[in-house]
Design a protein around this ligand. Structure first.
Ligand code: PEP
Ligand code: MN
Length: 264
């Protein structure tokens, strides 16, 4: 299998412009859950760049549990994201939720994210796999590691070469945190696959104060990077405010991480 260690012995290094994700470096991708306005994503990009993040995230099409919740700015949001990334020299990543958006998003963003809710949307995986774009594949909230790797296999079988796996917590009986971060997935994946693995401690915990300790734990466990939600004013965030780091917390997290591993 294309994603397996047997197929390729050395760790893969995924390049996104000048940014490299893979062995011997640690990439921190950060930004708000959702792009809410031009000003909000501009300010977020400045915060991410100033603290040493290497890529800007932001959702344009949001897969929300409630149909009454903010659904994202769509294409307009993706364009603001790109503008912010260009201004601050950061490649950008956004989630793709529908095959109809593929051509439009491919022209705008550097990396496409497949969200947890779509990890086994096989038609979406086939389409995104064929797009010749780097992809962040999040683990489904009820997916086994084997199922997650098979989803990566779908992408690669359809042509994708640059796939990054993202552990974002799984559903367990525990309710204190939003999900349960499966840190053991990191060494398990490292054994089974050559693909880079990053960790999203924001969606894993759902609680701002828990993001930094779990992010640091992921680095200690061998993650190749982190995806973290940070918002200029989390109190006013239109989605995932409670888990979004304050700018000063993000700055602190970056300093703590730099003390553990080189941040590229
Ligand atoms: C996100 O990263 O914006 C997101 C919705 O995450 P997940 O798919 O992991 O829930
Ligand atoms: Mn979010």
């Amino acid at each position: 299998k294309l994603a397996s260690r047997e197929f390729k012995k050395e760790d893969s290094l995924v390049s996104v412009g000048p940014v490299k994700i893979g062995p011997l470096r640690l990439a921190v991708i950060a930004g708000p859950c959702a792009i809410e306005s031009r000003d909000q994503i501009m300010e977020s990009a400045r915060i991410v760049r100033d603290s040493g993040g290497v890529m800007l995230r932001g959702g344009a099409f949001k897969p929300r549990t409630s149909p009454y919740a903010f659904q994202g700015l769509g294409e307009e949001g993706a364009r603001y994201l790109k503008e912010a990334g260009e201004k601050y020299g950061l490649p950008v990543v956004t989630e793709i939720v529908a095959t109809e958006h593929a051509d439009m998003l491919a022209d705008i963003v550097d990396v496409l994210q497949i969200g947890a809710r779509n990890m086994q949307n096989f038609e979406l995986l086939k389409r995104v796999g064929s797009m010749n774009k780097p992809i962040i594949l999040k683990r489904g909230m009820a997916a086994t590691i084997e199922e997650w790797l098979m989803a990566a296999e779908y992408l690669m079988a359809h042509g994708a070469e640059n796939v990054i796996l993202c552990e974002r917590g799984i559903r367990t009986f525990e309710t204190y945190t939003r999900n349960t971060l499966d840190l053991s997935a990191i060494p398990v994946i490292k054994k089974l696959s050559h693909l880079p693995v990053i960790v999203d401690p924001s969606h894993a915990t759902g609680i701002r104060e828990k993001v930094i300790p779990m992010g640091l734990a992921a680095v200690a466990a061998g993650a190749d990077g982190l995806v973290v939600e940070v918002h200029p004013d989390p109190e006013k965030a239109l989605s995932d405010g409670p888990q979004s780091l304050l700018p000063e917390q993000f700055e602190k997290m970056m300093r703590d991480i730099e003390a553990m591993a080189p941040v590229v």
